[in-house]
Structures are given as structure tokens and as C-alpha cells.
Design a protein around this ligand. Structure first.
Ligand code: HEC
Ligand code: HEC
Ligand code: HEC
Ligand code: HEC
Ligand code: HEC
Ligand code: HEC
Length: 447
């Protein structure tokens, strides 16, 4: 008997000692083994306080017991101070989190406050924590800092009061459009109630058969006669604007066709995380960036890869190395759209174990995410690689302020080599050339 108790006690102690590790690395997934949104509207309580009107925050009328309109009630009943803070209750990484994990998309402010601590989450969209990192450096090497890469320019500044994210200081509205920056939040792009759905016929809308699951993944169910699936990443479609946003900012374009691998938040040290982008991302971004890059670089349906660009992409491996082949040419730093909304093709392509590495074929096109990330990146204008200084790797190591080489430490633009490496999703420096230059070359390097 006493032996059993001892064993149990030992197990309990063991369990207790493992708890913090388990909670920090897997707590979020463990809490939602069966999903939360599941492609549609999650449990109301996850975002709205299920409290009686008398304890509503921020509504004096409600506090007096006056029943306000459901709309006003529900808005003031969010679990966070604002919409983005409500999402980040589940989507922000716990303090000290160092490994990428599940659906976490923002490192905490506290984690980034001390020393060289790059944002830790490595999803395709990118970690919003980069918005909290401002870099200063001297363009002449040493001496007085004369150059700046403000945190605000590293991504979409989602206003989230509880997590230290403020409105963009530089852009008052979306460049090339009118969407107000002080109202930019998660629900500017994602429908919090996940009402947009994709049917078996491929149409996207607000009505129709109920949503049976997420439609974002390689292993998601297909829509059929009994049910629809959620749009890619719960992105909002035509006609959408948050209820609380006054003025006319309604989306004109539906969400893109795309498929993410089931495991998408990971270091790309040994293989790429390949989202199969199909069609419509550029048009969707243009819901807010109507005239951005107009008449500049070709993109979207007008940005088909030419035969020559396809040839270059498929041969280019790294600066100066064009020994690649079309079966293994894909690089997630430079994605393109396949030009297809055939989900059987997209699902067969999305992976994160290196199973499909084929490069572009006829019909593929350039899109906004060929050069930018959707949430944030380590670089100005949330580009996927540093476009303000083309040098990625110098003398075989990521450029960094810690380098003894003056070329590297100036090219680093204030970033430590650990931050540079993280901004390239923990790829090995050796996966690039010894002197690696801008990734525009993936589509353009001449023989
Ligand atoms: C993932 C988070 C989330 C979930 C789950 C959620 N809501 Fe909401 N809801 C929000 C946010 C954020 C807003 C604020 C929208 C705005 O500011 O325009 C909102 C607003 C509302 C509104 C105001 C009108 C509108 O559509 O904006 C109502 C009513 C509402 N929610 C009801 C519900 C009900 C009922 C459920 C459960 C069936 C639910 N919500 C589930 C996040 C959520
Ligand atoms: C109560 C916790 C919780 C809250 C609050 C929450 N989420 Fe999530 N979210 C999850 C979980 C769990 C997943 C992964 C499983 C799933 O998709 O259901 C997820 C997944 C997602 C995905 C990927 C879904 C897909 O199908 O591709 C998006 C996008 C997302 N959340 C956006 C939001 C936004 C925007 C808000 C705020 C309006 C929000 N979430 C609030 C728990 C939450
Ligand atoms: C400007 C539009 C926009 C805003 C604002 C935005 N998202 Fe996203 N989000 C996207 C797009 C587009 C994707 C798909 C990215 C991809 O696959 O490359 C995405 C992807 C995601 C994913 C899947 C993981 C990933 O990063 O690829 C989650 C979870 C998510 N968003 C949650 C959020 C939350 C929570 C917020 C607010 C803190 C937010 N998003 C704000 C557009 C946005
Ligand atoms: C709901 C409106 C909305 C959508 C949709 C949207 N954006 Fe934005 N975007 C904004 C706003 C507002 C700003 C200015 C505020 C900021 O930079 O944080 C902005 C800023 C930017 C910037 C400049 C960042 C900087 O500070 O230099 C880039 C790049 C960008 N968006 C790219 C995209 C891409 C790519 C997509 C599609 C994946 C997209 N946007 C979709 C509203 C939107
Ligand atoms: C071929 C690469 C490429 C593509 C494709 C691309 N961009 Fe850019 N984008 C850049 C570069 C480089 C910059 C920074 C230099 C500049 O301002 O032109 C930039 C800057 C921006 C800015 C900041 C401009 C400002 O005035 O602050 C926004 C916003 C933006 N891009 C949005 C988009 C959107 C939206 C799309 C798709 C409709 C897109 N980009 C497609 C390369 C690209
Ligand atoms: C995914 C492939 C891809 C990427 C990445 C890419 N381009 Fe292009 N680019 C194209 C295609 C396709 C064209 C149109 C056909 C052509 O001119 O060869 C083009 C055309 C151009 C042109 C000629 C512009 C015109 O209007 O005729 C320039 C200049 C250019 N790209 C520069 C860049 C720069 C700089 C970058 C990096 C910021 C970049 N490209 C990234 C595919 C790409």
C-alpha cells in the first residue's frame, strides 16, 4: 500500500514539475483539442463575457441596468479591451515562450523587452512581435546612429491595448487606400464570427449550408452537399466590414483560394513550410490597398510568370548557384500563386515535410505575398527578406551586429545575427550562398 502511495506521490511531483513546460509549449492546443473556431463561429464565451448586464464594463447605461441594444452589449462584452486584445488572449504567446507553437501569432511584449530576444513564432503570416522591435544603426559603421527601422514599419499595426500594440505612427490610413490605421485590428481582415464559407460549388458567401469545419488545411474536410467549410484563415469576403466601423470600407473581393499544411508554425531549418497559394491574394489585399504599386511590378492575374521567369525560378538555388531543378525548386521565402482554385491540387501541394518541392508551372503568378508577409516580418514594410539592404548572408554567416566584419555589421541594420536568422525562419545560413544577395533573384537572376 505504502509503495503505491509513494509511486503516486512521485508521479504527482513529476507531473507538477512538468506542468510549466507543458503549459507553455502546448497549453493552448491542450485546451482546445477539438478546435475553437472550426472554420466558423466559436463558442460565444471564448470572446464575449457571459456576464449579466449589471457587470458590463465600459457601459454606464448597462451598469445602471438599462438594456442596451444587443449590438452595443455584445461589443462592450468582449473579453479584452478591444477586438484584437480579445483574439490575443488565446493567440499571444505566453511570456518566455521560445518555441513556435500551434496557432500563436504574437510574442509577448515582456518576452521581447530584454536582450537579444527575437519574436519566436514562425507562422506563414509572421509574428506581430516584430512591431515591438525598433532598430537603430550607423550607416557609416560605428559612430553615431543615423538610420532607423521603426517597429511600426514591420507589419500591420493591429491596435491591441492590452498587449502593447498601438496604431501606426507613420501611416494614418492604408497606403493606396482609405482604411483608417487607428481601426486596424484582427477583425479588419478576419471575420470574428467566421461567417464566410466555401461551398462544394466553390462559391464563397455568407449564406448556404452550415459550416462543418475549417477549410484551411491539407487535411480539412471538403465541402459537400451536407455542409460548407470556412474560408481560408477565416478571412472576410465581399461586403464585409466590422460592425463597429462607421463609413464605407466594405470589401469588394472574396478571400483567396489557398491551403496551409496542418503543421504551419515551425522552424524551416530542415524543410520549408509550404502554403499552397492558389488564386486571389493580390485582389484580396486590394480591398484596402486599392492603388498600391499600380503600374509598378506585375502581380495578381496580370502578373503571370513568363516562361523565362519560370525557368529562372526552377534553376536558381542561391546567389550564383543555378543548378536547381523544377522538382525541388520551391522556396517559401519567395512563394507564388499556382493560378488555380482547384482544392485537390492545392491540398496535394501544401506540406511542411518537404514532400512536394516542385517549382512553378505555366499559369503561376506573382502576388503580394511573393514579397510581403501578411502580419509582420523582421524588415521594413514587412517584406519577406530585407529589401532595404540586399545582403542576407556574408562570409557564410547571417549578417548581425555581433559580427566582426564591418560589411556584416553595417548590413545588419541594428539586428543581432540571431534576429536575422529568426527573420529567415531559422534556416541554416549554409542553405544560402556564402555571399547571399536579395531574393528578387529567385525570379530574376540572369545567367
Ligand atoms: C472569436 C471571437 C468571437 C466569438 C467566438 C464570437 N464573437 Fe461576437 N464579436 C466578436 C467581436 C470582436 C465583435 C466586435 C465586432 C466589432 O467591433 O465590429 C463581436 C460582435 C458581436 C455582436 C455585435 C454585432 C456584430 O456582429 O458585430 C454580436 C451580436 C455578437 N458578437 C454575438 C456573438 C454570439 C451570439 C456569439 C456566439 C454564437 C459570438 N458573438 C461569438 C468576437 C467574437
Ligand atoms: C478562446 C480562444 C480563442 C480566441 C479568443 C480566438 N481564437 Fe482563433 N483560434 C483558437 C484555436 C484553438 C485555433 C486553432 C483551432 C481552430 O481553428 O479552431 C484558432 C485558430 C484561428 C485561426 C485559423 C483558423 C483556420 O481555420 O484557418 C484564425 C484565422 C484565428 N484563430 C483568428 C482569430 C481571431 C481573429 C480572433 C479574435 C476575433 C480569435 N482567433 C480568437 C482559439 C481562439
Ligand atoms: C491585414 C490583414 C490581417 C490582419 C490585420 C490580421 N490577419 Fe491574420 N492572417 C491574414 C492572412 C492573409 C493570413 C494568411 C497568411 C498566409 O497564409 O500567408 C493570416 C493568417 C492568420 C493565422 C494563421 C497563422 C499564420 O500566421 O499564417 C492566424 C492564427 C491569424 N491570422 C490570426 C490573426 C490574429 C489573432 C490577428 C490580430 C492579432 C490577425 N490575424 C490580424 C490577414 C490578417
Ligand atoms: C482591412 C484593410 C487591409 C487589408 C485587407 C490589408 N491591409 Fe495592408 N495595411 C492596412 C493599413 C490600415 C495599413 C497602414 C497601417 C500599418 O502599416 O500598420 C497597412 C499597411 C500595409 C503595409 C505597409 C506596412 C508599413 O508600415 O510599411 C504593407 C506592406 C501592407 N499593408 C501589405 C498588405 C498585404 C500584402 C495585404 C494582403 C495580405 C494587406 N496589406 C491587406 C490595411 C489593410
Ligand atoms: C515584387 C515584390 C512586391 C510585390 C509583389 C508587392 N510589393 Fe509591396 N513593396 C515592395 C517593396 C520592395 C516595397 C518597399 C519599397 C517601396 O516603397 O516601393 C513595398 C512597399 C509596400 C507598401 C508600403 C508603401 C508605402 O507607401 O509605405 C505597401 C502598403 C505595399 N508594399 C503593399 C503591397 C500590396 C498590397 C501588394 C499586393 C497588391 C504588394 N505590396 C506587392 C515589393 C512588393
Ligand atoms: C515570384 C517571381 C518574382 C519575384 C519574387 C519578383 N519578380 Fe520581378 N517580375 C516577375 C515577373 C513575372 C515579371 C514580368 C515579366 C518580366 O518582366 O520578366 C517581373 C518584372 C519585373 C520588372 C520589370 C517591370 C516591368 O514593369 O516590366 C522589374 C524591374 C522587376 N520585376 C523587379 C523585381 C524586384 C526588384 C523584385 C524584388 C523586390 C522582384 N522583381 C521580385 C516576377 C518576380
Amino acid at each position: 500500500m505504502s509503495k503505491v502511495i509513494t509511486t503516486n506521490t512521485a508521479l504527482l511531483i513529476l507531473a507538477a514539475s512538468l506542468m510549466p513546460a507543458i503549459t507553455s509549449a502546448f497549453g493552448e492546443q491542450a485546451s482546445y483539442p477539438n478546435g475553437f473556431h472550426n472554420g466558423g463561429t466559436g463558442n460565444c464565451d471564448g470572446c464575449h463575457a457571459g456576464r449579466p448586464p449589471s457587470v458590463l464594463r465600459n457601459t454606464s447605461s448597462a451598469a445602471k441596468g438599462v438594456t442596451a441594444a444587443t449590438v452595443v452589449q455584445r461589443q462592450s462584452m468582449l473579453n479584452g479591451s478591444d477586438p484584437s486584445s480579445t483574439c490575443l488572449i488565446c493567440h499571444s504567446a505566453p511570456v518566455g515562450q521560445k518555441q513556435p507553437s500551434g496557432f500563436l501569432i504574437a510574442s509577448s511584449r515582456e518576452s521581447l523587452a530584454t536582450g537579444v530576444q527575437p519574436p519566436s513564432q514562425l507562422t506563414p503570416g509572421g509574428d506581430f512581435g516584430w512591431l515591438l522591435k525598433t532598430y537603430k544603426w550607423s550607416s557609416k559603421g560605428g559612430g553615431v546612429n543615423d538610420s532607423l527601422s521603426p517597429g511600426d514599419s514591420h507589419g500591420h499595426n493591429i491596435v491591441a491595448q492590452d498587449y502593447g500594440f498601438n496604431a501606426d505612427m507613420i501611416n494614418a490610413v492604408a497606403p493606396g487606400g482609405t482604411y483608417p490605421s487607428d481601426r486596424l485590428s484582427c477583425i479588419s481582415c478576419h471575420d470574428p464570427h467566421g461567417n464566410y464559407r466555401r461551398s462544394a460549388a466553390g462559391t464563397i458567401g455568407l449564406t448556404g449550408m452550415p459550416i462543418k469545419s475549417s477549410g484551411s488545411y491539407g487535411d480539412s474536410a471538403d465541402p459537400d452537399s451536407a455542409g460548407t467549410v470556412g474560408t481560408y484563415r477565416l478571412l472576410a469576403g465581399a461586403g464585409y466590414q466590422p460592425t463597429s466601423l462607421t463609413g464605407d470600407f466594405a470589401f469588394k473581393a472574396d478571400p483567396p483560394a489557398a491551403v496551409s499544411p496542418a503543421i504551419y508554425n515551425r522552424a524551416e531549418t530542415s524543410s520549408d513550410t509550404r502554403v499552397a497559394y492558389g488564386k486571389g491574394m493580390t485582389e484580396w489585399c486590394r480591398n484596402c490597398h486599392v492603388t498600391t504599386h499600380k503600374n509598378a511590378h506585375p502581380m495578381g492575374s496580370a502578373g503571370r510568370l513568363t516562361t523565362e521567369v519560370i525557368r529562372i525560378y526552377n534553376h536558381y538555388l542561391t546567389s550564383g548557384n543555378r543548378s536547381g531543378s523544377k522538382d525541388s525548386a520551391y522556396n517559401s521565402l519567395v512563394p507564388y500563386e499556382m493560378g488555380s482554385d482547384d482544392y485537390s491540387v492545392l491540398k496535394a501541394t501544401a506540406n511542411s515535410n518537404g514532400s512536394v518541392r516542385s517549382g512553378p508551372q505555366n499559369g503561376a503568378n506573382v502576388m503580394c505575398l511573393s514579397c510581403h508577409r501578411a502580419h509582420a516580418s523582421g524588415w521594413d514594410h514587412m517584406t519577406r527578406w530585407n529589401l532595404r539592404n540586399g545582403i542576407i548572408v556574408n562570409e557564410g554567416t547571417f549578417v548581425g551586429t555581433d559580427s566582426k566584419s564591418p560589411v556584416s555589421s553595417t548590413a545588419a541594420q541594428g539586428r543581432h545575427s540571431l534576429e536575422t536568422g529568426k527573420a529567415y525562419y531559422d534556416r541554416k545560413p549554409g542553405s544560402f550562398a556564402v555571399f547571399q544577395r536579395s531574393m528578387c533573384s529567385k525570379c530574376h537572376e540572369k545567367d
